[in-house]
Design a protein around this ligand. Structure first.
Ligand code: FAD
Length: 313
């Protein structure tokens, strides 16, 4: 019988690939239009050119041996590369940060654009509500979405899992995307202690064609103070803060947009790296169970798959 996986980000896909390798039938559901989750890449058409902005994760590292083995395959296929601007271990997807997620989704049954709103358990099987309607007959369900969204989905079935999710808080993050006709006199990756926690010349990452496109990520405190500020005002505010912080001449962008991440970086509480209830056949995975990093999401998904295979219930 089939496993349903809700969330096809790094954690859900890591779980899916390990299960698929073990011969388990599965279906994934993701509300997003395409692969990425918090490793998304936004494409913008400007004067016949395509600009790409990694508006979620900026880069990732690989220290776990199992993750390193997967990263080596992506590297061999030209789908990730080092980005020395962020440090000797920094890796990015080529030619967008969502490339590893895209690679992992290949060959799997992923229903994009399908949001699951509610779970139900009928005669020992899982039923999913959302998207185009109701889908039943699943032996197991995996919830691989941010803690704040996972808690309400599982609360009717496991107070322990819901409690762990509810005790996890995520920092929000306003992200501005801007491109310029001229080169800004700045390094490719900068951190500041002010409103802008991080800014990067995205166009300078491998495979991006060298465009002068920038991503600016606001600090959690600034984001909280501006949660209800209209998105169209955010780029000007963050650009002004960056120009002032770096003491450089303000420049006018030829493209500017913004994205508000409500649950950008989780602050995990201590506990297991993945949650599995073999009697309910209900599992949870995600970065929020370990640390707010790409690698942690991958590890959590793998750990959950290992437990599901070892303790089938
Ligand atoms: P997600 O990527 O959030 O995947 C969850 C998926 O579930 C999404 O695709 C979503 O569409 C889907 N979903 C949610 N709810 C539902 C539902 N009800 N039904 C169906 N689908 C649903 N990490 C680093 O390592 N380095 C960095 O530099 C870094 N910078 C970051 C900067 C920002 C602004 C943000 C937002 C994150 C950053 N991170 C960084 C964190 C990293 O992106 C995450 O740790 C990682 O991508 C989490 O993967 P995940 O699979 O756990 O969750």
């Amino acid at each position: 019988m089939t496993v349903a996986i809700i969330g096809a980000g790094m954690a859900g896909l890591s779980c899916a690939r390990a299960l698929a390798q073990a011969g388990v039938a599965l279906e994934l559901f993701d509300k997003g239009r395409g692969p990425g989750g918090r490793m998304s890449t936004r494409r913008v058409e400007l004067d016949g050119r395509e600009l790409r902005f990694d508006h979620g994760a900026q880069y990732f590292t690989a220290r776990d041996e199992r993750f390193r083995a997967e990263v080596a395959q992506w590297r061999d296929a030209g789908r990730v590369a080092n980005w020395p601007a962020a440090g000797p271990e920094a890796l990015v997807g080529v030619s967008g940060m969502n490339e590893p997620v895209r690679a992992m989704a290949e060959g799997l049954d992923v229903r994009w654009g399908t949001r699951i709103d509610r779970l139900e358990r009928v005669a020992g099987e899982w039923v999913l509500h959302g998207g185009e309607g109701v889908r039943g007959g699943y032996a197991s369900v995996v919830v691989a979405i941010p803690a704040e969204q996972a808690g309400p989905l599982v609360a009717d079935f496991s107070s322990g899992f819901a409690d762990r999710a509810e005790r996890t808080r995520s920092e929000p993050c306003w992200t501005a995307m801007a491109s310029f006709a001229q080169t800004l006199p700045l390094a490719d990756a900068i951190t500041t202690g002010g409103a802008v926690a991080w800014a990067a010349r995205d166009g300078g990452k491998p495979g991006r064609g060298g465009s002068e496109s920038w991503v600016l990520q606001a600090s959690p405190g600034w984001t909280r103070d501006h949660l209800d500020t209209p998105a169209e005002q955010i780029p000007a505010l963050l650009l002004a803060a960056m120009f002032a912080d770096r003491a450089i001449e303000p420049a006018q962008p030829d493209h500017a947009s913004a994205h508000r991440w409500l649950y950008a970086k989780a602050q995990p509480v201590a506990g297991e790296p993945a949650l599995w209830d073999a009697s309910l056949r209900l599992g949870l995975a995600g970065d929020w169970l370990i640390a707010p990093r790409v690698e942690s999401a991958w590890i959590s998904g793998r750990e959950l798959a290992d437990r599901m295979i070892a303790e089938p219930g």
